[in-house]
Design a protein around this ligand. Structure first.
Ligand code: ADP
Ligand code: MG
Length: 380
């Protein structure tokens, strides 16, 4: 009975849902400051092959990449010691909390997304499963409900207090479009991504420095301190979104230098996101690329969340005339850079930068070409 064996490559699903990872063109650390981000879904994804299994409670989920099987009962859903299981259990739990009834299902998932590289395999896990359960059991959930319950699953079961961008991009993505997302209102504008003769390239540093989560929390609190100091000084601000660079400079005497630097970065990065959208609308790819370089510089020098591997890659790109823009992508301290590369020098650039990176750090550099693509959807 291979067709019903969830671990078999002959497993026969009723439906298949694909959930993509995402890139963020520009707008880093702006989400929790109620600002703008500029993500797009990519052509790398997790596929969820699903079928009802006729039981009331019994579920099985098999991850092909991990070669691991999770078996659980819908009547006993609680967090697990195994991290990956919590993405599944968290989504099931959040759907149940909304008052929906699920029945036994089998799910086989396979992925071509790099894990932990900052393209959000985590959001693809959550959104793909939520979308697939919604279709399989006709739950009638809207896309927005899928986004929000997926985020809650990550908060409550995985324990990562992520923003909304990853889930939003994974669900809402459209081919050849980027999503200008306003994190205050949670509304977006689709911006056509006409890259002419250029392609988007991720370069995975294959490093993940342990500072990432402690520094992330510290940056959040530094931004909050900035807001608090400005509020106490009589400004009407709820988040750094409400502060202009002029306002900030006018109050520089009462802000500790480190807080001033962090706030300055956030305010400027927000401006850069809007300018980047404008540059794309006006088809000025050069300007768009320059904003990417500026974003990196801000992350490196003002926000101080980069690392030597990321800086090395961005410096290398800057020296290459056919690379219009580059910056670190994600929270920092590792992961990928995102590069806007002219198609003529695609192969040569990858060869050169791989060689230079390995020489410098004795590490592999993984290139991943990405293309803005369809968000989470039923594919068969
Ligand atoms: P990122 O979202 O940047 O890829 P995260 O650490 O947020 O990194 O999420 C990665 C986690 O998501 C993995 O450690 C694993 O628990 C889960 N995950 C991602 N892809 C898979 C997969 N194919 N099978 C099982 N779990 C996966
Ligand atoms: Mg993640």
């Amino acid at each position: 009975m291979d067709s019903r064996d969830v671990t078999s490559d002959r497993f026969q699903p009723e439906i298949t849902v694909a959930a993509p990872g995402r890139i963020n063109l520009i707008g880093e650390h702006t989400d929790y400051n109620m600002g703008f981000v500029f993500p797009a879904a990519i052509d790398r994804r997790i596929e969820f092959r699903m079928r009802k299994n006729g039981s009331e409670y019994d579920c099985q989920v098999y991850s092909v990449e991990f070669d691991k099987l999770l078996s659980f009962k819908l009547s006993e859903v609680r967090p697990s010691q195994e991290e990956w299981e919590n993405y599944i259990l968290g989504v099931v739990h959040e759907i149940q909390k909304l008052g929906h009834t699920l029945h036994g299902f089998d799910c086989q998932l396979s992925s071509n997304l790099p894990i932990g590289a900052g393209v959000s395999s985590s959001a693809a896990m959550e959104c793909g499963l939520a979308f697939a359960l919604n279709s399989l059991f006709n739950l009638g959930l809207s896309k927005m409900e899928i986004i929000l319950l997926s985020q809650r699953a990550e908060h409550n079961f995985v324990g990562t207090k992520c923003g909304i961008m990853d889930q939003y991009a994974s669900v809402m993505g459209q081919p050849n479009q980027a999503i200008l997302l306003d994190c205050r209102n949670i509304t977006h504008e689709m911006i056509p991504l006409n890259l002419e003769h250029h392609s988007l390239l991720l370069l995975n540093t294959n490093v993940s420095h342990s500072l990432a989560s402690s520094e992330y929390n510290l940056r959040r609190s530094e931004c909050e301190q900035g807001v608090e100091i400005l509020s106490k000084a009589g400004m009407k601000v709820e988040s750094l979104r409400d502060v202009s660079e002029e306002d900030l400079v006018a109050h520089q005497n009462i802000l500790p230098p480190v807080i001033l630097k962090r706030c300055l970065y956030v305010i400027r990065e927000n401006q850069r996101v809007l300018l980047a959208a404008k540059a794309l609308k006006g088809e000025s790819l050069e300007h768009f690329g320059e904003l990417m370089y500026q974003s990196h510089e801000g992350l490196q020098l003002e926000y101080e969340v980069s690392c030597k591997e990321l800086d090395f890659l961005v410096d290398f790109s800057r020296k290459t005339p056919h690379v219009l823009g580059a910056r670190m992508m994600g929270g920092g301290f590792g992961g990928c850079t995102i590069n806007l590369v002219h198609q003529e020098s695609k192969n040569r650039f990858v060869d050169e930068i791989k060689k230079a990176y390995t020489q410098e750090f004795d590490l592999e550099l993984d290139p991943i070409w990405v293309h803005p693509s369809q968000g989470t959807s039923v594919i068969s």
